[in-house]
Design a protein around this ligand. Structure first.
Ligand SMILES: Cc1cc2nc3c(=O)[nH]c(=O)nc-3n(C[C@H](O)[C@H](O)[C@H](O)COP(=O)(O)O)c2cc1C
Length: 223
């Protein structure tokens, strides 16, 4: 039975593959359905909504931030957290997703800062794309995202789903659901403790420098 709506936990959920028959889209859809079942308000999106030209400072200065970056920015600011199911390419994260993250990181205020995230992957391989998720964690944490410690990587995903898009192995499906519920509990808890949102310093530990220092104090300024 669906839980009563919580203190309005708002989540953005999307698959980071551009492919029409994407297994990551299937996993993202399942994650969105589970999150809604567990009481979150869920908005889904597609990586094609967030496609951007290759990042280049000259392009940014000449043309500004592209529509794909604006679209992800707008959805991020309207949510408490996000869930991404990302493909793994050559033992790393998707280049298309990294490119969009780079563009979105140029907005001020920087919209990733203070968001909670849950990472998922689906792959035909035996590791399920887990190595790519470790790579994806890196830029997100750099940008101030609180990436949930557990990450779900569905190995042999080409055999992993039933026709309804659920995970065939019922134990795995159960672990998936329980982990998402725990993630939502954390997002909800973080909303009760606004001081969990701290300052974001892009190069924390480096000597302050006018050219390179980017700091956002956020809610800590009010402490
Ligand atoms: C260039 C390329 C590199 C890949 N490298 C990996 C890899 O390192 N690890 C892995 O698990 N799968 C790898 N794959 C397989 C992808 O996981 C697989 O194509 C998957 O279906 C992509 O996700 P999607 O179904 O959501 O599009 C690679 C695929 C391509 C095209």
């Amino acid at each position: 039975m669906a839980k009563e709506k919580r203190c309005s936990v708002r989540l953005l959920v999307f698959g980071a593959s551009m492919r029409k028959a994407s297994m990551n889209d299937t996993l993202a859809s399942l994650g969105a359905a589970v999150a809604a079942e567990k009481g979150a308000s869920v908005e889904t999106a597609s990586m094609t909504d967030f496609e951007c030209p290759p990042y280049d400072l000259d392009t940014e200065l000449a043309k500004g931030l592209p529509a794909g970056a604006q679209a992800l920015h707008d959805k991020l600011v309207a949510t408490d957290g996000f869930m991404i199911s990302s493909p793994e390419y050559n033992a790393s994260m998707s280049g298309v997703l990294k490119n969009t993250i780079d563009w979105v990181s140029r907005f001020r205020p920087q919209p990733f800062n203070g968001k909670q995230a849950f990472l998922m992957a689906a792959s035909p391989s035996m590791t399920g794309g887990k190595i790519g998720l470790w790579a994806l964690r890196q830029p997100l944490e750099h940008l101030g995202v609180r990436v949930y410690p557990d990450m779900f990587a569905l190995a042999q995903a080409h055999h992993g789903f039933d026709p309804a898009g659920r995970i065939k192995d019922s134990k795995l499906q159960n672990w998936f659901e329980t982990t998402i519920e725990c993630f939502i509990d954390l997002v909800e808890a973080s909303k009760h403790y606004p001081h969990m949102k701290k300052q974001w310093v892009e190069f924390l530990g480096e000597r302050p420098d006018e050219q390179t220092t980017r700091v956002e104090l956020g809610e800590i300024a009010a402490v």
